[in-house]
Design a protein around this ligand. Structure first.
Ligand code: NAG
Ligand code: NAG
Ligand code: NAG
Ligand code: NAG
Length: 454
């Protein structure tokens, strides 16, 4: 088997090509994932219009958590915001040119944030006031919408004079999202609250914001470790899986700063308080192949938080494995199959369940972990303990892809005649090639010795 020593490099290349394919704005596990912003002009005013701005998180497993979203844009001309319901501009700007009424914001590029829960009733609109938190479709579709109403002045009063705002930005508060320019779309219909009358926007614009993990953070934010009942060796997260730049600025388990960690911090990429480990990831996902039954097999998934400064509310885990098409049981986690492509059914999404008190992944420490066990029904045609088949192909935590260990470090089956007999065609070809070369070498040496003898 030593003659296959060059196989790991080949696997490495495949592995890195695989890595590169996942860093763009397009997420193959969630091809329709985007945050859609609808800007519906619902009525004209003496100097502008009133618009309902609705943000719809169409992503299956990527949510926006505290401190929430910030939506920005640049006005096309000299528009001002007279008032906002359900949200507010972060900066009023220079409104000194107005003497009688003072606008809510005169900024050329305003930034809007959601109101906090419990905002005065007369400042609310439907789907507002959640502190900018936007759930994912897979977890809570009803809370995946955020809306506010905006009264825009100085804005032109007809279809032909009104101008679309430009340069939309969405901060969460990271800068992982890139927004398209606004496009005119067919007018949005809305039902009156009693459901008896349909109204129609004067003009509807739409903006689409897509996420890129590369833009959000330079390094991955989680890693995967593996183990199996058939091997004593645990495959740890790879070294520096999340970058080792901060290795001199991490926290030892006995650090006094742990006690003074901010109590309600939930920032995702706050690596300031990450425990010192060889992988330096705030999150580790461990996949343990626990039991191999006759008709079923069992996996234990554990998620461990190494960040003393963050707990993860509404966390999500996404795993890709060919056996997700027949999951028999999931303990303690919520589970939802994701089928972005009808032909494949190999992606599952997991999230915490209040009843099991695991809906919040707590800070690093003895309580900073959640776990679940899954039972898969075996498809005897494809099930095998060989070649790491039982391990996940991809793992995402909170919508970010986790670094997998290198393929040649996966837990190995005990050496047996059975496993050695399982040689794939390419390997067989290489083996035959090596035997032929060796044969040629021996033959040639023998013949040259013959000549020397002469
Ligand atoms: C505010 O705007 C007015 C005119 O609109 C201008 O004269 C004044 O200098 C501005 N103030 C600041 C601090 O920019
Ligand atoms: C677009 O917005 C970003 C962030 O607010 C800003 O830095 C940039 O200058 C803006 N570009 C234009 C053309 O207004
Ligand atoms: C923490 O532990 C490390 C080794 O584990 C030790 O070198 C260091 O002095 C300890 N620090 C404190 C504050 O106890
Ligand atoms: C943390 O949140 C709880 C409620 O969620 C609140 O009662 C407490 O005052 C908060 N603590 C800090 C330090 O903000």
């Amino acid at each position: 088997m030593n003659s296959f020593r060059f196989l790991p490099p080949i696997l490495l290349v495949v592995y890195f090509v695989g890595l590169c394919s996942s860093v763009g704005a397009y997420d193959p596990l969630d091809p329709n994932g985007e945050i859609k912003i609808k800007w519906d002009l619902v009525s004209w005013t003496p100097d502008g219009y009133i618009a309902m701005v609705t943000m719809i998180n169409a992503q299956m497993y990527r949510h926006i958590t505290t401190p929430g979203w910030t939506l920005g844009w640049t006005w096309a001309s000299n528009e001002v915001i007279w008032s906002v319901l359900g949200a507010q501009a972060t900066d009023q700007g220079n409104c000194s040119r107005f003497h009688n009424n003072t606008p809510h914001s005169c900024m050329k590029n305003p930034y809007i944030i959601d109101l906090l829960p419990g905002a005065p009733y007369n400042q609310q609109v439907t789907s507002c006031c959640r502190g900018g938190i936007l759930a994912s479709q897979g977890q809570d579709a009803a809370s995946a919408v955020s809306a506010f109403q905006i009264n825009v002045g100085n804005a032109g009063k007809t279809d032909s004079t009104v101008k679309m705002p430009k340069n939309f930005t969405l901060f969460t508060p990271g800068s992982g999202y890139t927004c398209s320019s606004a496009a005119i779309v067919p007018p949005t219909f809305a039902l009156t609250p009693d459901g008896r009358r349909k109204t129609r926007a004067m003009i509807s614009w739409e903006i689409s914001c897509t996420y890129s993990q590369m833009l959000a953070s330079r390094n991955p934010t989680c890693c995967v470790s593996l183990s199996s009942f058939y091997s004593y060796e645990v495959t740890p997260c790879s070294a520096c899986a999340c970058g080792c730049e901060k290795i001199n600025n991490c926290i030892m388990e006995n650090d006094s700063r742990i006690q003074s960690a901010p109590e309600n911090s939930t920032q995702i990429n706050d690596n300031a308080l990450v425990q010192c480990t060889h992988h330096m990831c705030p999150i580790r996902v461990h996949w343990h192949v626990k039991t191999n039954y006759d008709k079923y097999w069992r996996v234990k998934i554990s998620i461990t938080n190494f960040n003393y400064g963050a707990k993860y509310k509404q966390w999500t885990l996404v795993a890709q494995h060919p056996n997700f098409k027949n999951v028999a049981q999931v303990h303690r986690f919520g589970y939802k199959p994701l089928n972005p492509y009808p032909s494949t059914n190999d992606i599952g999404m997991f999230y915490g369940v209040k009843h099991y008190q695991n809906e919040i992944l707590l800070e690093a420490g003895s309580d900073g972990n959640v776990h679940s066990e899954l039972i898969f029904e075996k498809d005897k045609e494809i099930f095998t303990l060989n070649q790491g088949w039982t391990f996940p192909r991809k793992i995402y935590f909170n919508g970010d892809e986790c670094t997998m260990p290198l393929p040649d470090s996966y837990p190995k089956l005990p050496k047996s005649v059975y496993t050695n007999l399982h040689i794939s065609l390419p390997k067989l070809f290489i083996l035959v090639l090596i035997v032929l070369l060796a044969l040629r070498f021996i033959l040639c040496r023998n013949s040259s010795q013959m000549y020397q003898g002469i």
